[in-house]
Design a protein around this ligand. Structure first.
Ligand code: CP3
Length: 341
């Protein structure tokens, strides 16, 4: 049905002539056409207006022709739907004026009716699918419960998320209650997204790597596994845990279709740790897109040779940075499309 199903084939582990390519955070700030829309509408208006969200979703596809689109939205629409105020402050990022700090705060977090509360997301999916016209698949996503807890407790972005960790280690039962509410909400949310038309989903555990391997099991992985169990029969699921190379072994046995890898883990190590059989996604250092187009092309070829063309999805090791030149993005995508084994 899809004209280009390279991405779905790679997720199934089927052989491909070349690997598929997309970029985390591809729908965003490095694109002039995105900045035009950003001038006129604030962040959550862009998320909540299906016409705008779907337009932003396909902007990078029109320009570069990736093999998959990723819905324009944000992981923080989930806390919002759970009765926690989230603002997106220009030049600052997410800001939650009333962060979770006490048991009473946890009690006030609701597990919402995700169908009515986030109806605008499903409409954006339908609008995006129409615009994509069966050319390429559409990816939906959610933050991991741990990564969402980080923002909900810290109240803003952070390099260490020290307040989030303090909360987990001083009030573990409250933390687990919050993580379970997030997990239950995320499961229903992802199922609704799949119902609305996304072809695959990705869990972003952007802050998983802040935890020790033992704490990762307790505060992050346990909940991601619940999500995989509930969703894997509905659509392929990709788990991206930034800094979580230590968990690749366990992740490879989880029922996920693919695992994201950041640039601090070599292809060889990632294949070894994940048992050699599961599809991997990644992992060029996003800053490497500052290199010249010809160097980018060289690095992409080496990366594909290192991971192998099959069971592999070309991507960056984290989201694209805002100030990357468009020609360099084009070199990254074109190198994959021109790849010959
Ligand atoms: O390709 C895409 O951009 C798809 C949409 C998308 C956004 N956020 C849009 C966005 C996706 C997949 C996300 C995920 C997301 N959001 C993550 C996980 C991925 C990652 O980068 O680790 C996280 C941690 C967030 C939370 C968030 N949203 C932060 C920390 C920020 C501010 C910093 C930043 O990256 O700009 C946002 C805002 C945000 N989300 C923007 C976009 C395009 C930029 C703000 C704007 O457009 O006004």
């Amino acid at each position: 049905m899809l004209k280009n199903d390279l991405f779905l084939r790679a997720l199934k582990g089927q052989n491909v002539a070349r690997p598929p390519v997309w970029m985390m955070r591809q729908a965003g700030r490095y694109l002039p056409e995105f900045m035009e829309i950003k001038k006129k509408y604030d962040f959550f208006t862009r998320c909540r207006t299906p016409e705008l969200a779907s337009e932003i979703t396909i902007q990078p596809i029109r320009r570069f022709g990736m093999d998959a689109a990723v819905l324009f939205s944000d992981i923080l629409v989930i806390p919002q739907a759970m009765n926690v105020e989230v603002q997106m402050k220009p030049d600052f990022g997410p800001y939650l004026p009333k962060p979770i700090r006490t048991q009473r705060d946890v009690d006030n977090v609701i597990v919402p009716d995700i169908h009515s509360e986030l109806n605008y997301v499903y409409q954006a999916i339908q609008a995006s699918k129409e615009k994509l016209d069966n050319e390429i698949p559409l990816i939906g996503f959610a933050g991991s419960p741990w990564t969402l807890l980080c923002y909900m407790v810290q109240g803003q972005g952070s390099k260490t998320f020290d307040k989030a960790k303090e909360f987990c280690f001083t009030n573990p039962s409250g933390a687990h209650e919050l993580l379970q509410k997030l997990t239950d909400t995320t499961i229903e949310y992802l199922k609704a997204k799949i119902n609305a038309g996304v072809d695959a989903v990705q869990i972003f555990d952007s802050w998983g790597g802040l935890l020790s391997p033992t704490d990762y099991q307790e505060f992050s992985w346990k909940y991601i596994q619940q999500i995989i169990d509930a969703v894997k029969n509905h659509a392929p699921i990709i788990v991206f845990g930034k800094g979580c190379w230590f968990a690749l072994g366990e992740m490879s046995k989880s029922g996920a279709s693919a695992l994201g890898v950041d640039w601090t883990c070599s292809a060889r190590n990632a294949r070894y740790l994940s048992g050699g059989n599961i599809t991997l996604q990644g992992n060029l250092d996003p800053s490497r897109l500052f290199s010249s187009p010809s160097d980018i092309k060289k690095m992409v070829n080496e990366m594909i040779n290192d991971f192998g063309k099959d069971k592999y999805i070309v991507n960056l090791g984290h989201g694209i940075l805002p100030n990357i030149p468009l020609d360099n993005v084009k070199a990254f995508i074109d190198a994959v499309k021109e790849y010959k084994s």
